[in-house]
Design a binder for this molecule. Structure first.
Ligand SMILES: CC(C)(COP(=O)(O)OP(=O)(O)OC[C@H]1O[C@@H](n2cnc3c(N)ncnc32)[C@H](O)[C@@H]1OP(=O)(O)O)[C@@H](O)C(=O)NCCC(=O)NCCS
Length: 190
């Protein structure tokens, strides 16, 4: 049995002055493998690069003895130019490490960064309707089911869209909201 205190959590770093490029590329390969094995939806390298290059601090890794055993990947963008919306895109924990609270910790750290550093007004995600474990996990954080997306995934499964409202802006329809000032319009660079 793994001692949860031995798990280390850190954000992905793409800084080649701190780490050789080969090591960074190897980490990205490990992340791709982990997500590829545990999520039903296949993602191309461009999807990974879009998330990781733009928001490396929102790619949090759980490591045991130097090996990546858990990962959450998110982004933040302006939604309809009126509020900042965090989006949790991918989450997976290696089977041998499940039930230890690793996903809970990754989500909690990720939400804290999106709230405190990005000043997100809300966070959303999608989860398969059949993925009871993930739905329970997110609902414990206060995420609410807002929409059922029929045949959302390539495996034809439906998804629930979940939302965690953070500020009052999240509760106001965008048409009645004031546009964000241009300097707050977080956008993807790459
Ligand atoms: C979903 C997943 C990330 C959970 O990872 P984990 O590290 O085992 O989760 P945790 O140990 O942090 O568990 C947190 C909560 O999840 C729920 N949970 C965990 N295992 C569960 C199980 N077997 N049955 C029901 N709920 C479960 C519980 O609510 C638990 O909280 P509790 O311990 O207070 O009861 C992991 O099972 C996984 O990688 N699954 C495959 C990929 C996936 O489904 N990703 C999510 C896509 S939206």
């Amino acid at each position: 049995m793994v001692d949860p205190s031995e798990i280390e959590y850190s954000a992905l770093s793409l800084d080649i002055t701190k780490q050789p490029k080969e090591e960074i590329d190897q980490q990205i390969d490990e992340i791709k493998r982990l997500i590829g094995v545990h999520l039903s939806e296949p993602y191309s390298i461009y999807v990974y690069r879009f998330f990781l290059n733009n928001w490396p601090e929102l790619c949090l890794l759980a490591k045991h003895e130097g090996k990546i055993i858990g990962c959450i990947i998110s982004k933040v963008e302006a939604h309809r130019d009126v509020r900042l919306r965090g989006y949790i895109g991918m989450l997976a924990v290696e089977e041998a490490y499940r039930g230890l609270g690793i996903a809970k910790k990754l989500i909690s750290l990720n939400i804290t960064t999106m709230k405190n550093d990005y000043k997100c007004d809300e966070i959303i995600l999608e989860a398969e309707v059949v993925n009871k474990k993930a739905l329970k996990l997110y609902e414990k954080f206060g995420f609410l089911r807002v929409k059922r997306l029929y045949r959302y995934y390539l495996n034809k499964h439906d998804a629930y869209r979940l939302i965690l409202p953070i500020t009052e802006k999240s509760t106001i329809r965008s048409i009645f909201s004031t546009p964000l000032p241009p300097d707050q319009l977080v956008e993807a660079k790459y």
